[in-house]
Design a binder for this molecule. Sequence first.
Ligand code: LLP
Length: 417
Amino acid sequence: MAFAYREGALFAEEAPLEDIARRFGTPCYVYSRAAIEGAYREFTDELAGRASLVCYSVKANSNLAVLSVLARLGAGFDIVSGGELARVIAAGGDPATGVFSGVGTTEAEIRGALQAGILSINLESEQELERVNAIAGTLGKRAPVAFRVNPDVDAKTHPYISTGLKHNKFGVAWSNAEALLRKAAALPNVRLTGLGFHIGSLMIDSAPFVAATQRILELVERLERGGITLGHIDLGGGMGIRYRDESPAPIAAFVRGALDALGRRRETLLLDPGRAIVGNAGVLLTRVEYVKPGEAKNFLVVDAAMNDLIRPALYDAWHEVKPLQELQALATSTLYDVVGPVCESADWLAKDRRLAVRQGEFLAIMSAGAYAMAMSSNYNTRPRAAEVMVSGAEARLVRRRETVAELFGGEQVPVWN
Ligand code: LLP
């Protein structure tokens, strides 16, 4: 357990979180290096002996320190923008282990990815295929491309993070996939290297993932009969984690399900998990500014807000809240909504939690390693939080808190006639 109480105080590895909150201020994200490494190894241990690459999905948490930990372990990267590619390179990652899986990839992004020597560009449409073919031609290159197909399998997750159904914008339609793959195989400036899917995020059960794998293998076999062979099969990410009391299938169940389905097939297996690697490797530290009793509800007004962590507002997501000093006297606890200072009713981090805390004390919002800082904003002109990484007893700043001056540094007041 990366985050656990020791004699009443919550620790990240060997470092007391309250020391970190006082030293770096709040709100502040804290990541455990050991937890990131451990989660990554759960994948690679299961994949041992099989041609495979775990491409960490950068969108979940793109801090350079996080990317660097994974690059050093030999991870590949799943990226969706030129910005994410630049981060991977800056963190010491190898673009040749990167899959570019954008939904609306621009010409500049395609050019950048090809020049960087990306492993594959995952295509989502016929127009994108034609665009990549044309750009590769002007660069005198053969672009490695893969297709993301939409297998029309229900991942059984929140509708906002379900992506593998017919009505979702992602991937090429199942009915059109074979024709498009054949077309790609015949174009001069692309090299068809792979096929993949990503059916959704936060899957609790591995069955939809395995069903999608089986479905895509039917297509792989059909292509093979037509003389088209592939280098890799990319089964996406989406493995769930525990936020509350869910029991997500272990990583091993996802990986073994995929390996069983693949049987003796020789293509390299790619997985692109994000949340499963970083989700439970991070917490958000916040300070109680005010304890505010109300007529219908009691509120803890804290210094973190929906701009720091939007998952509750956006998905009704549940994040556990733990005091940094464990209180024995639970008899004196009260039911609170934990809310931020932003002027929106959706600005809440947790509802109806039994807590016993006083003004000035600190709380940890748990499971905040994925889609937390990465989705933060500057709404209400709030500087984004500091980020800290812990390794053993050492805590290092990995992103300093933004300053207000930076927030409007790019703005100009025009001088009108
Ligand atoms: N591969 C592709 C093509 C993806 O679109 C995604 C996530 C992943 C991999 C990684 O999925 P993961 O293993 O992290 O579930 N903001 C939402 C999650 C959005 C996921 C978007 N795509 C949340 O906070 O729950």
